[in-house]
Design a protein around this ligand. Structure first.
Ligand code: SER
Length: 585
């Protein structure tokens, strides 16, 4: 079964069981400063898991584009991916454990045809926060899984939460037995020898964690996630996702072009190329911070490995075309942005090649100095500095150093890298700590201010100015929009005046649910039309703004305080960025 068939089967199955199919949200979350990328299907649904009414009802299903970068350095082995697709179904205070388990069991055995004896499941063993999940185990037994394939584990395996704060709960995971021999008599689903592969995770979200404490949510939800690449691999009897049709065409082409036989590098190129394309299609651009930096790293790493494989870099546009051709049926946004994707990746590749060349010059300076001092070893710190300052990859340093008769001790470099990684990991954990659901008075006010700013920009620079992104924290808002020039002081002042005038007028902010088509006909704007389901919520502010939006917003603009632009700068080609604050009245 091809990946797209699995996706379609999944959505159809849940639709037949009363779920509304909602579109994938973009990889780049809107109005959620706490994460860089969408990392799970539940993420865009947090407000609804917390009790807000979803316009499509209480049973939802979708495929969600996800990116997880914690294990970026592991890509190249036979399983790690950064970009992946998660199939999911949700009950928002509707069905709970029994029905969720029955649906999963039926989908796996009847729709995908997985023999029942290949499935093992795990349940939460219980602790002082939450009792042992006997109900889930008995639901599995009722569905058809014998006791000896039902395992109980603690929070580390059978509890799910995104980060440190947010909706969470015990989960039950389904494992596929590959038929490989047990690595030891104790081999169980929790073992990572490869015999058991996790295929689906159903989270019974009835808690909220904050400051280490758990409280009950107002409604009991189900949140499930099934990794499409992995399921495709298993159903096709392949050893790695790279052997499935999602990657195979590009992998084969790379094998043909490479002058060096290195499967890890070939996988890295194929994987990072796909992730980069997906990020760019959803509006991401390379930069030196946050998500832009992740994208930059992915493209650079891909380029480095193309170099390592001695693939002529002139082939890159052809490889991108091939990759888009392979994936466009699943992701039409790749086709519609083919040109843009190719331009962004190529430009970044060129920039990186210049970096490499500069690095090589610096490297030569270093070894000439060492030679003049009669030293024949390059220490780890120097190698690390070449990487940090010039982006010069350690493995390139090592190759060149050896060619020049120098000894290299990479273990020290590894240590420095580990420290560096630890720091950046801490950085991304910090992002999570803000909490996925951080919606307080301040962020809600900023959210409404983005609508006012969007409307004011149209008045000042023209109707063609559209929102290209936004990001909100409790301290400030950031707003990206199309514009072909740097705003003049007069333009900035005018925008501020208009927004503050609307705040002073204390305009009502109203919300209504309507059909997407009707909303668009009525002139409501939105950033990513494909992101929205058929029934949408539309927020209207007085008669100055109408936007498709999930909310929440303030009730009257008078609640916002004084709007002030603190910075206006370029964001990417043809896109400007405004940072603004709301001052106390
Ligand atoms: N949120 C859970 C996960 O990411 C289930 O979808 O595994």
């Amino acid at each position: 079964m091809k990946a797209i068939e699995i996706r379609n089967k999944y959505l159809k199955f849940f639709e037949e069981h009363g779920h509304k199919v909602i579109p994938s949200s973009p990889l780049i979350p809107e109005n959620d400063p706490s994460v860089l990328f969408t990392t799970a299907g539940m993420q865009p649904l947090v407000p609804y898991l917390l009790g807000q009414k979803h316009p499509e009802g209480t049973r939802l299903t979708d495929y969600q584009k996800c990116l997880r970068t914690n294990d970026i350095d592991e890509v190249g082995d036979n399983r790690h991916l950064t970009y992946f697709e998660m199939l999911g179904n949700w009950s928002l205070g509707d069905y709970f454990k029994e029905e969720s388990i029955k649906l999963s069991y039926d989908f796996l055995t009847k729709e995908l045809g997985i023999p029942e004896e290949r499935i093992s499941v795990t349940c939460f063993a219980g602790d002082s926060d939450c009792p042992k999940d006997e109900l889930t185990a008995s639901c599995w037994e009722k569905a058809g899984i014998p006791k000896d394939r039902i395992y109980f584990y603690g929070k580390e395996d059978n509890w799910w939460i995104a980060g440190e704060e947010g909706p969470c709960g015990p989960d039950t995971e389904m494992f596929y037995d590959t038929g490989k021999p047990k690595c030891s008599p104790d081999c169980q689903p929790s073992c990572d020898c490869g015999k058991y592969v996790e295929i689906w995770n159903n989270v019974f979200m009835e808690y909220y964690k904050k400051d280490g404490k758990y409280t009950k949510l107002t409604q009991k939800n189900v949140d499930t996630g099934l990794g499409l690449e992995r399921m495709t691999m298993l159903l096709q009897g392949k050893e790695t996702p790279f052997d499935t049709e999602l990657f195979k065409g590009v992998m084969d082409k790379l094998k043909e072009l490479a002058k060096v036989d290195d499967i890890a590098s070939i996988r890295i190129v194929a994987e990072h190329m796909r992730s980069s394309m997906m990020i760019i299609a959803d509006g991401g651009r390379p930069s030196n911070i946050d998500r832009g930096y992740i994208l930059r790293r992915l493209i650079r790493r891909m380029t480095r490995h193309l170099n390592k494989l001695q693939v002529d870099l002139k082939e890159l546009p052809n490889l991108l075309d091939l990759n888009i051709d392979i994936l466009k049926e699943m992701y039409p946004e790749l086709e519609s942005q083919r040109q843009e994707i190719k331009e962004v990746i190529n430009a970044e590749k060129d920039k990186f090649m210049r970096t490499l060349n500069n690095g090589e010059r610096e490297f030569n300076k270093v070894i000439n100095k060492l030679k003049s001092q009669n030293i024949d070893k390059i220490d780890g710190k120097t190698i690390f500095n070449l990487y940090e300052t010039y982006g010069f990859p350690p493995e390139v340093t090592k190759d060149l150093a050896t060619e020049n008769g120098f000894k290299v001790d990479l273990s020290e470099v590894e240590k420095l890298f580990k420290e560096h990684q630890e720091k950046s990991r801490m950085g991304s954990d910090q992002k999570f700590k803000g909490g996925l659901a951080e919606q307080n008075e301040k962020t809600i006010a900023y959210h409404t201010a983005t609508h006012l700013l969007n409307a004011a920009l149209k008045k000042v620079i023209g109707e063609n100015s559209h929102q290209r992104g936004s990001n909100i924290t409790v301290e400030r808002m950031r707003f990206d929009f199309n514009c072909d020039h740097k705003l003049t002081d007069e333009e900035k002042q005018k925008v501020e005046e208009i927004v503050n005038e609307w705040i002073k007028e204390d305009l009502p902010v109203t919300v209504e649910t309507m059909q997407k088509e009707d909303a668009l006909k009525s002139g409501a704007e939105c950033m990513f039309i494909e992101k929205y389901p058929d029934d949408v919520t539309v927020y209207t502010i007085g008669n100055i703004s109408k936007e498709l939006c999930g909310g929440p917003h303030v009730k009257h603009t008078g609640e916002l305080g004084h709007f002030k632009i603190v910075k206006e700068e370029a964001s990417s080609q043809g896109v400007r960025r405004i940072k603004a604050i709301l001052e106390e009245k």
